[in-house]
Design a protein around this ligand. Structure first.
Ligand code: HEM
Ligand code: HEM
Length: 554
């Protein structure tokens, strides 16, 4: 036996298995390359992990549910443990959901975990997306990953819609009726689309099996592939990071994937799973036995989708039910307008990175994150978008708001109609002002230090507050950002003296660029000269007064 073979033979079992795998898969090379990948440490980077872990929980519980759920619309007479429903005619899908809830061991808990995990998954995606939006991590080279993430969000919305339609209870059928109405509102091809999707006239007999295939196979399959691509991109591009000493556009400062990050991530997975399970065990969600089986001729108040689609419901509820007839065709604007507004509203977020880079002309790579206050216009746009989302969300629950607050539903509907146009611009202006105020405060802090709260009385009776100088790390964080200039208008004439007119598109771009980076949108950060003038005693005239106070203090 050769030396190496003998050494291998004596090696621990784990090492031998690893050697075996390396001979076939080359895992040592992959490990050397990726196991030392560095992850920066910041709480906001855990939002992506919450998306990932809740998605895993959804898949695990979803597979368990498939063992007992019957995606069939065949009519059966219920005869199970839930006595109030005994003898009621219902679809097999609904009956099997009742069985999962009352007769399958752990079934109700798993159903609840699946549903709660779905709610948390979508919430985590929204927050994760907004953290990328506000910090500008969608900029080059991460635009494709932004679009992959956005596709995950869009698919998640439909996956949730189809999921809560599966039990075929009165609420879920109402959701499908909503979808049917929207399809029918599409001009010219609406009826074909509806017939095609439902396999005949709504609700038909194919609806549940069809959305089942979409829910457990097609959409999750695409989502898993996209999540893998998303994470490969995160590895490939490396992580963005906050500005700080030693952190540049070319490095990443943080802990290595193995062993630090993997240990943290493993623990965090169980924490997420545990919290979802705890909520699911304690708080009821979607008690389908209360609603009864779906019947196309019935609907109740309080029929809302899950929170993430409530804004779409809101669009439909607040849109007046106008119909117009064009060329003999009736357009149901009450549904058609929301049908167009929904992708436009959501799509704005998807295309935002491209819009911003076109406006600002910034085509460079960025790996250092922006502090939201240093990009007031972007931050204000994000806040305005969120405010519109929340107002529409409230519109989706107008009946609940009316009954809980004892208000007229018409009053609420009008408040939402007006609010959705008025509130976002107001939020925009206020957010921008807050950002500029914060920039001013940062400037003060850099130049004069932090307010210490210690008030000193000078010998001649004047009171002054003492300021504590910032550490080098803090100074760096507050001054590391760039302050880009708006685009310059091209010369009115070319080099031959021929007038070079600026196109209307270009004029719009110049105006928007000024709005983004003009004097109105940023407070000049302190220059090294200003800082030195205050701290080294070479004060300029502007600082003479402050200097005098400082001198008096000493
Ligand atoms: C299934 C859903 C998703 C999962 C599992 C997921 C997971 C992750 C993880 C683990 C990271 C690295 C850690 C972090 O920065 O938080 C990440 C980064 C990223 N995600 Fe997601 N994400 C999802 C959805 C989204 C959505 C909806 C968007 C935006 C529309 C998005 C955009 C991004 C971007 C741009 C990065 C790179 C940022 C950077 O390097 O700092 N992701 N994602
Ligand atoms: C992002 C992915 C997913 C989301 C957002 C989601 C969401 C939902 C929701 C909200 C329900 C209704 C639960 C209830 O009865 O209260 C549901 C039902 C169901 N889901 Fe999912 N799901 C996802 C993925 C999956 C996967 C991957 C599977 C299986 C492989 C699955 C299988 C099922 C089954 C069988 C039901 C019907 C059982 C029941 O409602 O009790 N789901 N889903």
């Amino acid at each position: 036996m050769s030396d190496t073979a003998q050494r291998r033979g004596n090696a621990p079992a784990g090492e031998r298995v690893a050697d075996w795998a390396d001979g076939r898969l080359g895992i040592y090379g992959i490990g050397r390359k990726y196991m030392r990948k560095v992850f920066p440490d910041h709480w906001s980077f855990m939002l992506g992990e919450i998306c990932l872990y809740s998605f895993i929980v959804i898949i695990l519980t979803g597979v368990y549910l498939t063992f007992f759920f019957h995606p069939s619309m065949n009519e059966v007479v219920y005869d199970g443990s839930y006595a109030p429903m005994n003898g009621v005619r219902m679809s097999e899908a609904y009956a099997s959901t009742l069985d999962i809830s009352f007769d399958v061991r752990g079934g109700l808990l798993v159903r609840q975990i699946h549903h709660w995990a779905a709610l948390i998954f979508l919430a985590a995606m929204f927050v994760h997306m907004m953290r990328h939006f506000f910090t500008g991590s969608f900029r080059k080279p991460r635009e494709i990953n932004w679009l992959i993430g956005f596709s995950l969000l869009a698919l998640g919305l439909f996956e949730g819609l189809f999921g809560y339609s599966l039990p075929d209870d009165l609420l879920s059928g109402t959701g499908m009726r909503f979808l049917d109405g929207s399809l029918l509102a599409v001009p010219l091809v609406g009826t074909y689309l509806s017939m095609f999707f439902f396999g005949g006239e709504f609700p038909g007999h194919d609806m549940i099996p069809r959305i089942y295939s979409l829910h457990v196979l097609l959409i999750p399959g695409i989502m898993v592939a996209l999540v893998v691509a998303h994470l490969i991109y995160v590895f490939y591009h490396k992580h963005t990071q906050w500005a700080g000493p030693g952190r540049t556009e070319r490095n990443v400062v943080g802990a290595p994937f193995l062993p630090v990050y993997i240990a943290k991530a493993g623990g965090f997975f169980f924490l997420v799973f545990g919290v979802i399970t705890l909520i699911s065990a304690a708080v009821a969600i979607n008690p389908v036995w209360v609603y009864g089986p779906y019947r196309a001729d019935q609907v109740s108040t309080g029929a809302q989708p899950d929170w993430y689609l409530l804004f779409v419901e809101g669009m439909v509820r607040v849109m007046p039910g106008w119909d117009v007839t064009v060329g003999g065709y009736t357009l149901a604007l009450g549904l058609l307008v929301p049908l167009i507004a929904f992708p436009v509203f959501l799509g704005f977020i998807a295309v935002y990175p491209f819009l911003e880079s076109w406006i600002t002309g910034d085509k460079r790579e960025h790996h250092i994150l922006d502090r939201p206050r240093n990009r007031p216009v972007r931050t204000a746009i994000g806040a305005a978008w969120i405010s519109a989302f929340l107002i529409l969300l409230a519109g989706g629950g107008n009946d609940i708001v009316a009954t809980k607050l004892h208000l007229s539903i018409n009053l609420i509907t009008w408040a939402i109609r007006i609010g959705v146009f008025v509130v976002p611009p107001v939020v925009f202006v206020i957010t921008k002002r807050i950002c500029l105020g914060l920039q001013r405060r940062d400037r003060e802090k850099v130049l004069h230090g932090r307010e210490s709260g210690v008030i000193k009385r000078l010998p001649h009776g004047e009171f002054v507050e003492q300021h504590t100088p910032l550490s080098q790390t803090e100074l760096h964080a507050l001054t590391a950002h760039e302050q880009p200039r708006p685009l310059e208008a091209p010369p009115a004439e070319d080099e031959n003296g021929v007038p070079a007119p600026v196109s209307r598109k270009e004029r719009l771009r110049l105006r928007l660029s000024r709005a983004f980076y003009g004097a109105e949108s940023q407070v000049p950060k302190p220059t090294p000269a200003e800082y030195k003038a205050l701290h080294n005693g070479h004060e300029g005239a502007a600082h003479a007064e402050e200097r005098a106070v400082l001198e008096r203090e000493h």
